[in-house]
Design a protein around this ligand. Sequence first.
Ligand code: FEO
Length: 174
Amino acid sequence: MLIKKIEDAINEQINAEMWSAYLYLSMATYCHSEGKPGMAQWFEVQFNEEQDHAKILYNYVISRGGRVSLKAIDAVPTEWKSMLDVFEKTLEHEGKVTSLINNLYALATQENDYATQSMLKWFVDEQVEEESNAQTIIDQLKMIADNGYGLYMLDKELGARTYTQASPLAASKD
Ligand code: FEO
């Protein structure tokens, strides 16, 4: 059984992951409006991945005999200043998500909830990748600056990103 304090905290995290999904879908629409279909595709994959994150937590709460409680998803921004801005805001957001995961891990540690700690390890590793991916694109955008050909090539490269179901879900066939 999950203790109430941890159940509540995971439910909050499910909401945060769904908000992240909504944020990245909004970023995808911005990229489309700026004529960057490849970058839009990158964010659409991100949208799928965030929903996976929510579903992993959802499955976990249920498997521990807890109760998932879905809350309202707050509105997300809809406008950004540039492609660099949109990826900088992505990195900033992922930094906040990393703090949320760390806080959740600290709570599970404090409550001697080893199963929750074990489940969260996947998220700890995932956050390293999330931040690193955004940082790499920011570095590339800074290198390219206003070079049209460079932007065209980067858009093409990011458009090649494909969605793969997160491993904890693939393993559980959900
Ligand atoms: Fe669910 Fe992008 O972290």
